[in-house]
Design a protein around this ligand. Structure first.
Ligand code: AMO
Length: 445
């Protein structure tokens, strides 16, 4: 008999079928043994009756997470046993044969409430909870929609290297790796490569892991995260990038509405409305508003503190009914060397951050596209242009005005789903103290 999926048994009332999956939970009621079976398509209640002696005996051995193959008969449940809250609450499978494919020994029931550390210590089990599955299903759909939108807009996807020779963005936050007789680095972003690729395809995007050796231990920092990057040529300025991101977000949220309604319901989260035009203001305007409304003077600060990001999001919600707000024109001193200065607002960048529900989820900008200006910009940041000669070749070969953005997938997922810690939206988070398991703090080991 061919295996069928649980979701397909609805139309098989009275038929004998074969299902495979995991025991979600076993409940004994007197002589009746109830098994909830789970496969990739759903969950169904099964019952082993004492009259199928061998099956009943085998069913009595089953525990949560054992993997089984079951032959059974699909029955309609008696009226008073129907569970309207479950998709397959009207049917039940009468177990005729049980084949155990694999036993399991789990430290606790997967749905037990755990703190974050216990959750992370036991990911192979805890990722199986309905909640975790919903989070990562939504995340997978975000990536799918990101790709779909950009493909529709004629962007070409490329694979960016993760091993790089020079610290790409000139920051101090890169991990060193031993590379034969050399020291290489883990890429902090695909920035330089996506710019080079604009010279090849005009419009490109990349989805990939990036690495930040930041010693932050916060609810929004990871040391490895997934960056959703795009870069496009022949723009007027950074506002073209903002418009593209605005449309992209509208598309992504539309897709999530279609594909993930169940997951959002389960997580009690709501999909944001993306305005036609996400509100935008310069950093200085934002700081003036913060000062006026809260009395806190951050006007001279070159960047926003986390509490300012939170406050601005609340303000955007109240004032414009938007969960998103663009903040533009950060001081050049605070932006990376490749950022284009605004000719009409000297000292400030043609770039932006996008804030969403209290956190920065994107940075983007127009870039310098002229070779001489780029060499100057490197020097101004105290960087040695010789070390960037590989990248600089692109600008000798002719580059159009261009720009792009990078969006943190985990931050977006966490904020979308109302998760407190970005690590809950990261499959296998790496932080200061953990790569899968806790790192030893014993220096002698
Ligand atoms: P930036 O460094 O601002 O810009 O990063 C872009 C976005 O990536 C996410 N992010 C992080 N997420 C989790 N943990 C971290 N430690 C972390 N650091 C950053 C945030 C952030 O907005 N090359 C530029 C992008 C560009 O201009 O195209 C860059 O990487 O969501």
């Amino acid at each position: 008999m061919e295996r069928i999926y649980i979701k397909d048994i609805k139309n098989k009332i009275g038929e004998e079928i074969k299902l495979s999956g995991w025991v979600d939970v076993r409940r004994d009621h007197g002589k009746l043994i109830f098994i909830d079976l789970r496969d990739m398509s759903g969950k169904v209640q099964m019952v082993a009756l004492p009259n199928h002696k061998e099956a009943h005996n085998n069913a009595s051995k089953l525990r949560s997470e054992w993997v089984v193959e079951i032959i059974g008969k699909v029955n309609k449940r008696p009226e008073k046993m129907i569970n309207k809250n479950e998709e397959l609450g009207e049917v039940e499978v009468e177990i005729m044969e049980v084949k155990i494919l694999s036993e399991a020994e789990i430290p606790f029931e997967k749905d037990a409430v755990t703190n974050l550390d216990t959750h992370l210590d036991n990911l192979p089990l805890t990722l199986r909870t309905e909640k975790a599955k919903a989070v990562f299903k939504v995340q997978a759909e975000i990536v799918k929609a990101f790709r779909e939108f950009l493909n529709q807009e004629n962007f070409t996807e490329f694979q960016s290297p993760k091993l790089i020779g020079e610290d790409a963005e000139g920051g101090a936050n890169s991990f060193d790796v031993t590379y034969f007789k050399h020291i290489a680095h883990l890429a902090q972003s695909p920035q330089l490569y996506k710019q080079i690729m604009v010279g090849v395809f005009e419009r490109v995007f990349a989805v990939g892991n990036v690495y930040r050796a930041e010693k932050h231990s916060t609810t929004r920092h990871l040391n490895e995260y997934t960056s959703l990057d795009m870069e496009m040529g022949f723009i007027q300025d950074h506002t073209d990038i903002m418009k593209m991101e605005n449309r992209l977000l509208k598309f992504v949220m539309g897709e999530l509405t279609e594909t993930c309604a169940k997951e959002f319901e389960l997580l009690k989260a709501n999909i944001p409305e993306v305005p036609e035009n996400i509100p935008a203001m310069k950093l200085r305007e934002a700081q003036e508003i913060i000062k006026k409304e809260t009395g806190e003077d951050c006007v001279k600060e070159p960047d926003l503190e986390p509490q300012h990001e939170r406050w601005l999001c609340e303000y955007a919600k109240k004032q414009f009914g938007s969960d998103f707000i663009f903040i533009t024109h950060f001081p050049m001193a605070k932006r990376p060397f490749y950022t284009h200065e605004d000719e009409n607002d000297i000292g400030y960048a043609k770039g932006f951050d996008l804030l969403f529900r209290g956190v920065e989820i994107t940075t983007g900008a127009q870039r310098i596209h002229k070779y001489d200006e780029l060499v100057e910009a490197l020097k101004k940041k105290g960087l040695n242009p010789d070390k960037f000669s590989f990248y600089l070749q692109a600008f000798k070969c002719g580059m159009p005005p261009h720009g792009g953005f990078g969006m943190g997938l985990e931050r977006l997922t966490a904020k979308l789903l109302g998760l407190e810690n970005v690590k809950e939206a990261t499959l296998f988070p790496r932080d200061l103290n953990r790569i899968d398991t806790l790192l030893s703090t014993d220096k002698n080991q």
